[in-house]
Design a protein. Structure first.
Length: 254
């Protein structure tokens, strides 16, 4: 299968996963235009997958339905997604046109956020980013950490397909927290090179994120020590490490 990141808005990606016969799953189409353009180039929509209710992830669906009235749309159980959808939740399967995804509940960014895992791809919306994670708009630190740990436990070859191009800024913060991490230093240089050529920095390989992403390494001594220095005392547990790390990132300015 072929994966394409379709740019939308300022820094969103709409993901397109395509079979050899050009049937395509589109993930989080906040705008219809990029999908319509992709379809004109041969990508035939098989279904749409939605991870959460934010408009920059669902805003294009109504227009796509005007073009393809029978287009299947899968979405989490959330009344704020006021669309005719097939609602899915944790443990469900999404099967369409040769695609097969399992649904994971990953609350934290929003209370009903889900991710889709299939064909070695994890479509995780705004929960997990390369070298970072989403803001906690509705969840708790314990929820968010549990969701991140669940994704971190997936096979290391899994491709992390997130909803935004945030990697360069995330790298600066990650280096601030973990300045001696050689793998992170290599990843930052790689990201800088990609962005200098206007290339997407995602998908990211989960194995790399486990080495480099501080939000997936809350049990690591380097991350714990950095948080302890900031707090002025040893954190009680991983939840406190994560909570302070997220607060730190929220207020961080390079």
């Amino acid at each position: 299968m072929r994966l394409t990141a379709l740019p939308a808005f300022q820094d969103n990606y709409i993901w397109a996963l395509q079979t050899p016969d050009e049937r395509t799953i589109f993930v989080d189409p906040g705008q219809a235009g990029p999908v319509l353009e992709a379809a004109a180039q041969g990508m035939q929509p098989a279904a749409v997958l939605l991870t959460h209710h934010h408009d920059d992830h669902i805003g294009g669906v109504a227009e796509l339905r005007q073009r393809w009235p029978r287009l299947r749309v899968f979405a989490p159980v959330d009344e704020r997604i006021a669309l005719d959808c097939e609602r899915v939740s944790d443990g469900d399967r999404v099967q369409s046109s040769g695609f097969d995804f399992s649904v994971m509940a990953v609350p934290g960014h929003t209370r009903s956020h889900i991710a889709y895992l299939g064909h070695d791809h994890l479509f995780c919306g705004d929960m997990l980013f390369s070298l970072g994670c989403g803001r906690m708009f509705e969840g708790t630190p314990a929820q968010m950490l549990a969701s991140l740990k669940r994704m971190a436990a997936l096979p290391p070859q899994t491709l992390v397909c997130c909803g935004h191009e945030y990697t360069l800024a995330n790298a600066v913060f990650a280096r601030h927290v973990d300045p001696t991490n050689a793998a992170l230093q290599r990843r930052q240089k790689e990201v800088q090179d990609m962005r200098s050529r206007s290339r997407p920095t995602v998908p990211a390989v989960l194995a790399s994120e486990l080495q480099c992403n501080p939000f997936l390494r809350t049990a690591d001594a380097h991350i714990r020590d950095a948080v302890a220095t900031r707090l002025g005392h040893a954190p009680a547990d991983e939840v406190e490490v994560f909570a302070e790390l997220r607060r730190w990132k929220d207020g961080f300015r390079a």
